[in-house]
Design a protein around this ligand. Structure first.
Ligand SMILES: *[C@@H]1O[C@H](CO)[C@@H](O)[C@H](O)[C@H]1NC(C)=O
Ligand SMILES: *[C@@H]1O[C@H](CO)[C@@H](O)[C@H](O)[C@H]1NC(C)=O
Ligand SMILES: *[C@@H]1O[C@H](CO)[C@@H](O)[C@H](O)[C@H]1NC(C)=O
Ligand SMILES: *[C@@H]1O[C@H](CO)[C@@H](O)[C@H](O)[C@H]1NC(C)=O
Length: 387
């Protein structure tokens, strides 16, 4: 009896300890889940209740002389004549860093090849790389040490071959991305104001240039204004966790959610919007270093809101398939595969396979199977299968 009792107690003890362990693990996880769910629910409802954000504009407006400190950096590399005398459909800025020369070369010989675009598509697109100053000493990569010339000299050399680098004298770093954004809008205002559209893109995205050009030509012939298109983030909350790359302090941004904005990986604005954004940068405090969010704040200040295009991908990578190539605009996260993807996506076979009634039916079925998954899968949304 006594022995039995002790056994039971031992068993219960183990049971109790296991229960405690499971509960505490659950609580730790729940807290994380809860934090992000609650903050998204809060910010999302906040966005729909408040919706206007006019006070953001008011509280971030600073005197022009002070706002100038975010834009009056000296140009280290510049091409004032780039757009002169040309009917430019699209000015396309690729945000890049000094060390990413391979990515720039890949873009130059695939989707960003201006000669190809001019010859094959019959329009003028200017592809320009936006960058800041390289870190001296510490961040120098091995190749520049090996060859014995400095980083900036390498860039000057690269620019003399291709003539497509635009660089200002601020340190090229993640926390200076907003300065890079401002540089792009100021450069367009001063050097290429007559371009009909402005696009800004990461250097690891793939742009389906023929599809994009077709689309923009159609928009241009309709004379669109107030046009801002990409993957839209609505009611996104500022991230308050200090460990995150996207951490934003209350001093920097005190509200529960950001105004709507498009993912920085790639978006397009019409020239009237570009001009309004330029005007906004002359009076806003640009210390918020998340560049796409800052773009949202500028747009909000001038009364422009973004529109969703299902084939702009944001963070996601498109599935490899002819039926996707037929409609894709941008896809994120391509470096090594960019040459193959460019070849495959622009191959005449794409149009052959996807045209006609049979082709369209086939592609709808394929796209449904690729995009409409029951679990979360970061690429184009399910509704893209039906457009
Ligand atoms: C760009 O395209 C043209 C014409 O299609 C081609 O001759 C040229 O080699 C390409 N440039 C690069 C850098 O691949
Ligand atoms: C941004 O650039 C400025 C000017 O070069 C520099 O002083 C500053 O340290 C940079 N900020 C960051 C966070 O890299
Ligand atoms: C801009 O905002 C930052 C906080 O994010 C603040 O420290 C700074 O003083 C502001 N600049 C001006 C000129 O008000
Ligand atoms: C934002 O502020 C500026 C200057 O204070 C003002 O001219 C503009 O109308 C404001 N924008 C909105 C949408 O309220």
């Amino acid at each position: 009896m006594f022995v039995n009792f002790r056994r039971i107690r031992k068993c219960q003890c183990v049971q109790l300890m296991t229960t405690c362990l499971v509960l505490s693990v659950m609580m730790v996880c729940w807290e994380q889940l809860d934090n992000s769910v609650v903050s998204h629910v809060k910010s999302y409802s906040y966005r729909y209740l408040v919706n206007r954000f006019t006070y953001i504009n008011k509280s971030l407006t600073i005197p022009r002389e002070q706002a100038r400190s975010f834009s009056n950096f000296r140009y280290l590399l510049d091409h004032p004549k780039k757009c002169v005398g040309k009917d430019v459909l699209l000015l396309l800025f690729v945000k890049t860093s000094p060390e990413n020369i391979e990515r720039r070369n890949a873009i130059r010989s695939t989707w960003g090849n201006e000669t190809y675009i001019q010859n094959a598509l019959g329009v003028t697109v200017k592809v320009v790389f936006a960058l800041g100053a390289p870190q001296t000493r510490k961040g120098e990569p091995s190749w520049s040490k090996r060859s014995g010339i400095g980083f900036q000299e390498q860039l000057i050399h690269e620019d003399s071959r291709h003539g497509d680098l635009v660089q200002q004298d601020f340190l090229d770093s993640f926390h200076n991305l907003t300065l890079k954004l401002i540089m792009q809008f100021h450069w367009m205002h001063n050097r290429c104001a007559h371009a009909r559209f402005l696009m800004t893109a990461d250097d690891d995205i793939f742009v389906h240039m023929p599809n994009l050009v077709n689309y923009l030509q159609e928009m241009s012939s309709r004379g669109v204004t107030d046009f801002w298109i990409g993957r839209v983030h609505r009611g996104a909350p500022p991230i308050r966790s200090k460990d995150s790359k996207y951490f934003v302090s209350f001093e920097m941004y005190q509200w529960l959610s950001y105004p709507d904005y498009t993912a920085g990986a790639g978006y397009v604005v019409s020239s009237d919007v570009a001009d309004k954004i330029y005007q906004a940068t002359l009076t806003l405090n640009a210390s918020l270093y998340i560049d796409d969010v800052f773009m949202g704040i500028c747009a909000n200040a001038v009364g422009v809101s973004p529109q969703e295009h299902v084939y702009f991908s944001g963070e996601g990578k498109a599935p490899y398939h002819l039926c996707i190539y037929d409609q894709m605009m941008t896809s994120h996260g391509h470096v090594e595969d960019i040459y193959d993807l460019w070849k495959a996506a622009t191959h005449p076979q794409v149009k052959q396979t996807t045209s006609g009634l049979i082709g369209r039916l086939y592609c709808t079925a394929v796209k449904m199977s690729l995009l409409c998954k029951p679990y979360y899968f970061n690429t184009y949304p399910c509704k893209a299968a039906f457009v």
